[in-house]
Design a protein around this ligand. Sequence first.
Ligand code: XMP
Length: 321
Amino acid sequence: MSNLKITLESFIEEACENIRRESAGRPVLCALSGGVDSAVCAVLAHRSVGDKLTCLFVDTGFMRKDEGAQVTALFRDTYAINLIRIDAEERFLAKLTGVTEPERKRKIIGEEFIRVFEEEARKLGDVGCLVQGTIYPDVIESGADGHKPVKAHHNVGGMPLTLDFEAVIEPIRLLYKEEVRECGRKLGLPEAFVNRQPFPGPGLAVRCLGELTKPKLDLLRNADTIFREEIEKVGLHKEIQQYSAILPGIQSVGVRHDERCYEETLVLRAITTQDFVTADYVRLPYELIDTVVKRITSEVPGINRVVYDVTPKPPATVEWE
Ligand code: XMP
């Protein structure tokens, strides 16, 4: 334990020193996504360069319910970090009109994200450095560092090559998720935030198969909220690494008020994992599943069928896209 502490402390010191050196006195921008990875990067950068840091939080429209407000409150109010929030939902959806192929969706979202950044950076004037929260599994699965690509991860493979920034700093590139969490704790991030389950850069977009539309995303957001609420109510969020709802784009026949209905199918997924490179599905209690299914099919209009994904990784991945 004491060794871990020393290692963590020296890691933090070194990361701050690297950010300081690489940014070389220039203003620094950091992308906040709502997840623990970018939060750790932002706090490291804030420690390192203080007011030279500006955090940009792009609300893509693919966030979970109330996430934007929570992120803003934590960083602006608690940490007093200079934070700019950009509402880019319409812009993202416009770019994605008619796009159904998963890798193209990821690439478009990754590129648009960077474009928004570049635009905001230009508005801010001279900003030379970008700090971002790429972690080791992203590097492996994007085929960087000599690994075979699995998916184009938002933070790495999806990034266009023509960046306007003089330096891109990735302070946690060599860390696994649990190490990032430890780092967050050490940096004083609130436990609720540190323990937050991982959420992919492209957000709900990778859980909504087919063309992305606001009504579909709202449906998914509402169902996801119910699933998360019920998992948290029974305390399972402390044991499960990731749980989510997916809209696979399958409609099926059902019965509602004695009448035929033709509505969306929702998939629930909950996994346990050490490193997110392999994962197993969680044997959720049937009572919990009952409650979630009852609530979703009655509280979210448009969903008449709920299924549970019992596939490990491999061969499936955690996310569906
Ligand atoms: P997969 O689906 O590849 O997911 O088994 C493994 C872990 O990575 C997360 N994930 C992402 N994280 N950008 C991210 O920052 C992405 O594009 C992305 N895609 C997947 C996923 O949620 C899981 O925790």
